[in-house]
Ligand binder design. Sequence first.
Ligand code: TEU
Ligand code: CA
Length: 557
Amino acid sequence: MKKEWWHNKTAYQIYPKSFMDSNGDGIGDLNGIIGRLDYLKDLGVDIIWLSPIYVSPLADQGYDIADYRAIDPRFGTMEDMDRLLKEAHKRDIRILMDLVVNHCSDEHEWFKKACEDPDGRYGKFFYIRDVKDGKLPTNWRSYFGGPVWEKLPGHEDKYYLHVFHKKQPDLNWENPDLREEIYKMVNWWLDKGLDGFRLDAIINIKKAIPFKDYEPDRDDGLCAITKMLEEARGIGEFLGELRDRTFKIHDSFTVGEVFNEKPEELPDFIGENGYFSSMYDFSATVFGQSNAGWQDYTDITPDDYKRCIFGTQKKVSDVGFISNIIENHDEPRGVSHYLPEDGRNNDGKKMLATVYFLLKGLPWIYQGQEIGMENIPVSSIDEVDDISSIDAYKVARDAGKSDKEALKLIEKYGRDNARTPFQWDGTENAGFTTGKPWLRTNPNYTVLNLETQKEDADSVYNHYKKLISLRKSEEYGNTLVYGEFEPYLEEMEDVIAYYRKDSSKKLLILSNFRAQERTIPLSVRVKKVVLNNITDYVRSSEGVVMRPWQAVVLEVE
Ligand code: TEU
Ligand code: CA
């Protein structure tokens, strides 16, 4: 594999709205981020991805962009953005923005012009169809519920396509004029000194054409949008052109939000001269999901989790460099999702961190993950901000779930879980704002916050610091970054164990996803205990006696 500057780095996702508020309006902002750059540097962060901060009505929290070349005043100004770039670069930190180009906002100038003249230049930037007798062009269900077709404002018989929210009209990538506009905008940012992008929902830009109906998968007569996407072919033409016209010229770093790529496409996406530098492993994220709705999801067990991450490691191997995560702004908190209930303690959190962080690939930390932030309880649907949770609640109620059961589902899967304010300290609003936070703070902030964890050598935070330095260390860095991945005792239940090895060193990562002590067989000599999430390390004649929720990294012969 060709070595790249970013292979041994640590990446961090910031959700600006909830990271740090600098002016007391309850909304996190760019100045808040600038004020915390030293914190991130000290943690060991090298690459930061900012969720959208562009001008937006925030119908989907900024994933609905009304102006790609301006900063939303709630987040700051363009001067603040320039300062952020400058201050980050001073600290050798690179900044990525979110590239949301499957759709824009219905408040974008392009869409407004499309409404004025659907047959004109801007009408062709979107998918607009004539509708006769109220029969929609297709029966596709949008990600956030309901049909993907919405009446074009000002027109009785014309509808536009939106695979996400109705305030997020899809851009027509088949149109070369639209593509040109996108490339110009991307290059404008890269010329400014931006280091790269995370590509939002990118797999959606290619539609299966001609449009047609699919077999309904719910009583609403609609079919999940993913069905159409499975049939779409030829996305590579768009992505290859995007790469050649923008990223490649600037040698920028890119990471794709890619769901359901076809297996044979992996080298095209992240292989040599792939469309992106890297892409996320979502195999565990999507495990157990169902088109029927959240009430039909199945829980993920440690062994399911193991099968997902190991499957990706084997599949990717040396093809490219995958990005590993346990959470992001769309997902529940990793510790609440992947740890069995009795393991949701500091030992369990450090164990999960160890297991995913040392996989082959680029490790990502989502804000607050480094202190083990958890899901938030929900007592009423009125507290919920996330549009996908509100839809999932309706779907669950329609499927016969009680209010209480439906709220439980939001607690488990809702996107607010990851979006509550960062818990800096034990003062009011967790030190995030002096005003009223836009989204409620998790009440556990009094005990779970950065300030207390900084003081405590055994905290989740200090464990993350150790993992980051280990992966960058002179001694083991190369093995952890480039060494081969090999499963160990793959069939042993509730154990996740694997080797990372190269010609010079052999590391073995062992973990016990159970509340009971058990012995993991091991016959080779252990040269050194490199990392341990608890103080005990017990070796017997049969192997390593693992305490509940223990994870160790061993250098073995
Ligand atoms: O998410 C893309 C995506 O595929 C969504 O279906 C995601 O899984 C869903 O939101 C979970 O409920 C991206 C962004 O990460 C997300 O925040 C945006 O809402 C979405 O694109 C639209 O831009
Ligand atoms: Ca603010």
